[in-house]
Design a protein. Structure first.
Lengths: 295, 337
């Protein structure tokens, strides 16, 4: 019982690390542009498939990790700069923007389905034999994933608070028009945000398939509910909040799965958001109806 | 009807398309009531149709482990007509009540839509993974139709009859939806959509109104699912991916948001004609490639509609109400070109 709990908790921390990487990217992008980007899952799949292709080409899996990150960043910039700008020029509102990102998600998902011939591909790299500590068994790469997530949290937090660009980003997120009139090039800030959050997204896609050991066109879509839930639960724009929420969700989903509810693990994770929503609607979804689109 | 002659095959094909048309029209009317009239963006619409289909299937398949022991499910029983359709309708309504109670709380509209999309994604995962519920990802087969003893075992054996049966139900429900949208209730839905705060100040209970339209739409979705499954005889997670909702949404956009005539045209164009044309084209690539490409085109069509015609190709006609010759209120801002 306790052994099972500890084992599941260890798995949960690994899931939380993957979730945290994705949720940090999501929350960064969302807090700045205010677009609820539903194509985030699809970009994750792009990152994952890039890593898979690098592996097929016989190159180092670490290069796959790097190129997956780059692919995610490029795809996000392309979507943000190329597609969403087009709509912004036509004064599309925030809400319609979300519908546009959903359309992009359909196109990317089923485009990948067409290219990948709707098959599931194995991705067994970097696995290594598990390290055992009593009931807990983790593989070196799982420890690596947790390390990556922690390093990224510290790095992005530091960049946000210590660099000039980070300050500009926070200023733009709070009050874009004021930031603009203070001489901040908001458009460049947004570009950097697309790059960083897309990179985090692509990276999350790669570490996700390293953990699940397979990839197909639904990879990102299956993970999207937890990402959005974690980002919203953590408070939009708060990296630390996203990480804490990811930790809670990772633990809950894996413990539920460990005790025989594998089919309901995502439900359990999402249920946390619902419960918080029911108990404190204001705490999570407070106001912010008048948010501006920033692109 | 199952004769080898070309005429038989063609009439069967056309009839089948018409049955699909009835089901899709029901879905589109229901979604248009929710989205076009009330502004409730139900990105999880297909889940409620799926619930109706599953329930209609299990209440006619008989007890699990009986004659169809290769599949397992809950609620197995033999309900006579029309109880199975009522059960399907009820399933859609109850599920949408449960979902609506947390998804429709006062929050940003994009959060609301995202929550409903998430419900759709998660429901699919759960039903696929939890095999004892509805036989997991293999789904249920062998569903019969209510007039089996009179006209043969399956609906596909007498497609004309089934078409008539579905068309009558569809017509009645669609007329009901049109009547409702023109009623005072429908006008309050529009008021809520266009200006929630003002509608609230006029004494409308926004939360309750939104829940009402959500549950009503869910009930119609459940009914459409029941009608569909009795015809095709099988239902599995492959039939209700999150993308299916967007076919209906695209149909509404193509036709005209809030405009039932337009919605009907859109339903004919998108889920029927557009999705069926590729069957007549020479097959390209591996099997299934055309299906994937169709979805890509649906996504592109959806994006193009949002870019050029956010209110639909035939937009909703403005309500003309004037008091003592005062000028009509200005049109709501439209993003269209």
């Amino acid at each position: 019982m306790l052994a099972q709990l500890l084992g599941s908790a260890a798995d949960g921390i690994v899931v939380a690390a993957i979730l945290a990487v994705a949720a940090m990217g999501f929350t960064l992008q969302f807090s700045l542009t205010n677009v609820l980007n539903l194509s985030f899952g699809s970009v994750m799949t792009i990152g994952a498939f890039t890593a898979y292709l690098v592996n097929v080409a016989g190159l180092s899996p670490w290069l796959g990790l790097a190129l997956g990150t780059v692919a995610g960043a490029l795809a996000t910039v392309l979507l943000g700069r190329g597609v969403l700008r087009l709509y912004a020029r036509r004064r599309t509102q925030l809400f319609e923007m979300m519908m546009v990102t959903l359309g992009m998600s359909l196109v990317i998902d089923y485009g990948i389905q067409a290219i990948s011939q709707n098959a599931i591909y194995g991705y067994t790299v970097l696995q290594g034999s598990p390290i055992r500590m009593g009931p807990i068994a983790v593989t070196p790469i799982q420890v690596g994933i947790i390390g990556i997530a922690l390093v990224l949290l510290v790095a992005v937090e530091a960049a946000l608070h210590l660099t000039k660009l980070g300050k500009a980003l926070r200023a733009t997120a709070v009050e874009p028009s004021l930031a603009r009139s203070c001489g901040i090039k908001t458009s460049r800030v947004v570009l950097v945000t697309w790059l960083v959050s897309g990179g985090l997204c692509g990276l999350a896609g790669v570490v996700y398939i390293i953990s699940t050991q397979s990839v197909d066109y639904t990879t990102g879509e299956l993970f999207l509910p937890l990402i959005i839930a974690a980002a919203i639960l953590g408070g939009v724009g708060s990296l630390r909040g996203a990480v804490v929420a990811s930790l809670v969700m990772g633990l809950v989903t894996e413990i539920v799965a460990g005790f025989g509810g594998a089919a309901y693990s995502t439900v359990a994770g999402f249920a946390i958001l619902v419960v918080v929503l029911l108990l404190h609607p204001g705490a999570v979804f407070g106001g912010a109806e008048d948010r501006q689109l920033v692109l | 009807m199952e004769g080898g002659s070309d005429v038989g095959a063609w009439s069967f094909y056309i009839t089948t398309l018409l049955v699909y048309f009835v089901v899709d029209a029901l879905s589109a009317f229901s979604l248009n009531l929710q989205f076009g009239y009330a502004g409730v963006v139900n990105f999880g619409f297909i889940v409620f149709q799926a619930a109706g289909a599953y329930v209609a299937a299990v209440v006619t398949l008989g007890p699990s482990g009986g004659q169809a022991s290769f599949q397992q499910y809950i609620l197995g029983s033999h309900l006579p007509f029309p109880l199975e359709l009522l059960a399907a309708t009820l399933a859609g309504a109850v599920l949408s009540l449960v979902v609506g109670l947390f998804a429709l709380r006062r929050m940003r509209r994009d959060y609301q839509a995202a929550v409903l999309l998430i419900v759709s994604l998660i429901a699919l995962q759960v039903v696929s993974a939890d095999v004892p519920l509805f036989n997991g990802s293999n789904g249920l087969t062998g569903v019969t139709w209510p007039f089996g003893q009179l006209f043969g075992a399956t609906a596909t054996g007498s497609p004309f009859l089934y078409l008539g049966y579905a068309a009558i139900i569809g017509l009645l429900v669609c007329l009901g939806v049109i009547w409702l949208s023109r009623s005072p209730w429908g006008r309050s839905l529009r008021a809520m959509r266009d200006h929630e705060d003002a509608a609230s100040a006029m004494g409308l209970n926004i939360t309750s109104l939104r829940l009402q339209v959500f549950v009503l739409g869910g009930a119609i979705a459940g009914l459409s699912g029941g009608l569909l499954v009795e015809y095709i005889g099988a239902w599995s997670p492959g039939a209700w991916g999150y993308a299916e909702t967007f076919v209906i949404f695209t149909a509404i956009f193509v036709g005209g948001v809030g405009n039932y005539r337009g919605v009907l045209v859109g339903t004919l164009l998108v889920p029927i004609i557009f999705l069926e044309i590729p069957r007549f084209l020479p097959a390209v690539g591996y099997p299934g490639l055309t299906d994937s490409l169709e979805w890509v085109v649906v996504g592109l069509a959806w994006m193009l509609c949002l870019l050029f015609r956010p209110r639909g190709i035939i937009p909703e006609r403005r309500l003309k109400a004037s008091l003592h010759g005062s000028p009509r209120e200005p049109a709501p801002a439209e993003g269209s070109a």
